[in-house]
Design a protein around this ligand. Structure first.
Ligand SMILES: [Zn+2]
Length: 153
């Protein structure tokens, strides 16, 4: 097991073996995205594009009461957008849309700032924090969140 370490400035240092593991996890989600596709009778759906990269992403959701029952993402885009949608899709079932969007700011901060940590509920998304080193890819990681926000009307 690889330990993570926080340095004196509160910066999370990711050891090299863990970086490789994160890369492997991202590539696995990009190659075999979870909850990919569409739903026949979604209660909500939205499509968004990321003009910076050219990614196109649609999200389909069925609700049970207020809670997300099923979610599917259809992505035509890069590995980061695909992996981000795949990983997020595994975390949001059973939550309300408001609960999910309540975690968005924490996610945005964590992928942009080294000193910010992910909200606890989103810790499985930690491999996405590698986009901190590639600011122009942050819009790709954020795209599934843009789509979920577009569901809210
Ligand atoms: Zn992209």
């Amino acid at each position: 097991m690889v330990e993570r370490a926080i340095d004196k400035k509160g910066v999370l240092r990711v050891p090299r073996p863990l970086q490789q593991l994160y890369k492997d996890i991202l590539m696995d989600h990009a190659r075999r995205p979870r909850n990919a596709g569409s739903l026949e009778r979604p209660d909500l759906q939205a499509s968004v594009v990321n003009p910076l990269c050219g990614d196109e992403l649609s999200v389909y959701v069925t609700l049970k009461g207020e809670k997300i029952q099923e979610v599917r993402f259809r992505v035509r885009g890069c590995a980061i957008a695909t992996a981000s949608a795949s990983m997020l899709s595994e975390q949001i079932k059973g939550l309300t849309l408001a609960e999910v969007l309540g975690m968005e700011r924490g996610f945005q901060e964590a992928i942009a700032k080294r000193e910010a940590a992910l909200p606890e509920e989103l810790e499985p998304l930690e491999p996405l924090l590698s986009v901190r080193d590639y600011p122009h890819r942050q819009s790709c990681a954020r795209l599934p969140w843009d789509a979920l926000r577009a569901l809210e009307k």
